[in-house]
Design a protein around this ligand. Structure first.
Ligand code: ZN
Length: 214
């Protein structure tokens, strides 16, 4: 965010960011804001500004397009993320990956814990690491707690692809990128994934590229 002043108060920086128009610019890996963690949201943005910021996250996520976006990905160190997945995938993929549609949601101060031991391994990508995907082993089900954008308590179990999305976005708020958890030998360009690894599971990729699946 070349034009913003990193030392200006958070509110001013968010206002400046929003005044710059939508969609917001995406912060790419290498920017410390993706690694420094976030402040819990505790009213730092007054309600109207919070609503504008959440709307900007929604517009930016859809424009990318992506299925989730965390505040640090637009340069803001607040514990806020949005998710939404229309899940336009073939039936076989939907069933195998549990990629069911996820309506738009705002996650404020989210935290997750695993529900049971089952794990799931699939290719995923990140808007802050454009052009690449890798296999990440994640909890198959998680309990997510936090609040929504109106301060209402959130305490819900997510399964399937939505569980993957909420883990990925919550990790962003802790300064963790999916690459930190990925099978590094699975790293594949988007083109390679489209041409070779579009199967519902990454089993063929594991054999061909030489990585283990759980
Ligand atoms: Zn990401």
């Amino acid at each position: 965010m070349g034009t913003s002043d990193d030392h200006a108060p958070l509110t001013e920086r968010v206002e400046q960011l929003l005044d710059g128009g939508l969609p917001l610019a995406m912060v790419a890996a290498g920017d410390p804001v993706l690694r420094q963690g976030t402040e819990p949201y505790d009213g730092q943005l007054e309600p109207a500004l919070l609503a504008r910021f959440v709307e900007a996250l929604r517009v930016t996520m859809r424009a990318a397009p992506g299925v989730g976006l965390a505040a640090p990905q637009v340069g803001v160190e607040l514990r806020i993320a949005v998710i939404e997945d229309p899940a336009p995938v073939p039936e076989e993929v939907r069933l195998t990956r549990g990629r069911v549609p996820q309506p738009f949601r705002v996650l404020v101060n989210p935290a997750y814990e695993s529900v049971g031991d089952p794990r799931a391994a699939f290719f995923e990508g990140c808007l802050s690491v454009p052009g690449w995907q890798a296999v990440v082993v994640r909890h198959a089900e998680v309990r997510l707690t936090g609040q929504d954008e109106h301060g209402q308590a959130l305490d819900e179990v997510f399964a399937g692809w939505p569980a993957r999305i909420v883990q990925h976005e919550t990790d962003h708020l802790d300064g963790v990128l999916y690459l930190d958890r990925a099978e590094s030998r699975s790293l594949s360009s988007n083109q390679a994934v489209a041409e070779r690894w579009a199967q519902p599971t990454p089993e063929e990729a594991a054999r061909a590229l030489g990585f283990e699946l759980p």
